[in-house]
Design a protein around this ligand. Sequence first.
Ligand code: NAD
Length: 389
Amino acid sequence: MAKKVVILGAGYAGLVTALKLNKLASAGDCEIILVNKHDYHQMITQLHESAAGAKSDRDIRIPLASVLKGKNIKFIKDTVEAIDKQAKQVKLKSQVLSYDYLVVSLGSESEYFGIPGLKEYSFSLKSINQARLIRIHIEKCFADYHYDPTPDKLTFVVGGAGFSGIELVGELADALPKLAEENNIPYERVKLYNVEAAPMILPGFDEELVKVAEHSLKSRGVNFLVGVPIIRVEPGKVHLKNGEIIETQTLVWTGGVRGSQIVIDAGFETEPRGRAKVDEYLRAIGHEDVFIIGDSCFVMNEETGRPYPPTAQIAIQMGENCAANLYASIKGTQKEKFVPNLLGSVASLGRKDAIGKVGKSLKTKGWIAYRIKDMSQVRYLAKIGMIFK
Ligand code: NAD
């Protein structure tokens, strides 16, 4: 009898799993059910561009109907509420699904580290809807300034200078001067801060490239406050550990991510940041019928002694491995251990600039780096069949 494979989440990991399993298996092998709370796939690696108004929602929202057209994949638009691993069931908002194999690819959530007021009084950048809120809010700040010209309206703060924070300030550094001009406000009145707790921006990244990024962003007006954690937030005020208070109407929090709460609530074994521990085939510890992939899981890189980062690149590779191992499990054949192929990482610094590493050691910067990042998006669109049908 065909096995029922339920995939939770149509992000990078879940969507790639569904598409590859559909390619490998025939209808008699399995029924593939993909559950997602929206009827579109979000290109979350481009959210910073949408938040700053450089891209429209439509540019980064791919209708699942187009991706799944002609595929033997049943799509259910619904919200996952809970997983009952003993009963092998998933509770959705409007129905209960049973499964033979479950793939949990529910992504990650913002980590607030228990900082008072942070969750309540900041924007996060984890979805297209949140990016839209940021974009509209920033535009409103400029528009409101004419009626009530207080400096906090033109003060923009990004908390955290990891890749997400740096990519966002890069876009804002390009977008804010245009907004100031459109609104007929002198740009000197606009302040853009990036606050980082660690002693440097992009902690742990190649120091030479970090200097390049810092120079590029500072030259476009970004004020870095490094070595100063945000310790408290209240409406209109961001409190730093050194006693400084930034008065602002806009704090975007990009200070870290944690696993999905649904995975924790289901009782899977997790590490302190809520990401599930998995075996070498990406199956939940003690549950051979449940694969947990993408940002929802935790895989150690034995070479560096640190976990693999929660990136789209790794999520896509996990999706491919998961599909192959689901197929092998259904057929009773040999499974493949998950061994990621690290292709490098590039951070954009606005519309025309970027820094990054290709492979393990090749450094790249400027327009070429920016194009490399663009090409990786194109490669992904081709992989999910959105370029060449
Ligand atoms: P992160 O955890 O990498 O960075 C968060 C930053 O916030 C850290 O530098 C941390 O020191 C800082 N921070 C934490 N608490 C703070 C506080 N109280 N005050 C001020 N700063 C504070 O998170 P991220 O940037 O969202 O990235 C998550 C993962 O996604 C990473 O692995 C990253 O490499 C990856 N990513 C990759 C890309 C890309 O490849 N282009 C883009 C975005 C994210």
